[in-house]
Design a protein around this ligand. Sequence first.
Ligand code: ADP
Ligand code: ADP
Length: 224
Amino acid sequence: GSLLAAHDLHKTYGSTPALDGASFSVHPGEVVAVMGPSGSGKSTLLHCLAGIVTPDSGTVTYGGRELSAMSDAGRSALRRTDFGFVFQFGQLVPELTCVENVALPLRLNGVKRKEAEGTALEWMARLEVDDVAAKRPGEVSGGQGQRVAVARALVATPKVVFADEPTGALDSLNGERVMELLTESARTAGTAVVLVTHEARVAAYSDRDVVVRDGRCRDLEYAV
Ligand code: ADP
Ligand code: ADP
């Protein structure tokens, strides 16, 4: 069955409808690309799936549990233990070094500092950003910051990774490296990857594409 599913989501900001009947599902180990024009509701769908935005109506079910039935604390605990994020804005903690940022999901799950930072450095090396380990996010380039964020999203072997334009700031070689690591996590660790993208070269790595249009997406694979 599906790991994460949304059924008939509606969400309005003021008088702006962002979602108008969106259904979606993803299975463990599956890479799904969410595509569609700018303003069609892709980011809002991602935020609802991750329990960051509460839909006005409709349901999001993760591992058989409805997110709306959980407390705020329950949802943030879930994000900490089960989800990884690569978002465009405000993703890295500016006061921490890059390696501390990548180690953070492990630290929050109780892993000791030395071990957490060792694992963090391995992921940073895979993304070729281990050389900026001691720098703060404000001191690295946009592309380096994005790869640091990808390392942080994958370091704790999440059940689901949410990625909004994960290759946006990257040249094609680093974009491919990021997509290879995301798909490898899906294959080897069973991580479900939900990514928003405009780029065909990114969608080429997905198992399935879902198109959002005017806040609606009819996920043909949809099944709870
Ligand atoms: P996409 O990711 O496809 O570009 P979004 O989900 O970001 O689409 O936005 C869908 C619609 O909802 C747009 O009209 C956008 O301006 C609006 N919207 C999204 N987030 C907010 C918000 N926090 N406040 C007000 N309007 C928003
Ligand atoms: P994307 O490139 O993913 O479509 P956006 O620039 O649309 O990103 O949105 C970036 C952030 O701003 C998101 O968190 C989104 O929810 C929020 N946002 C989008 N549109 C609006 C809006 N009209 N008013 C306020 N916040 C918005």
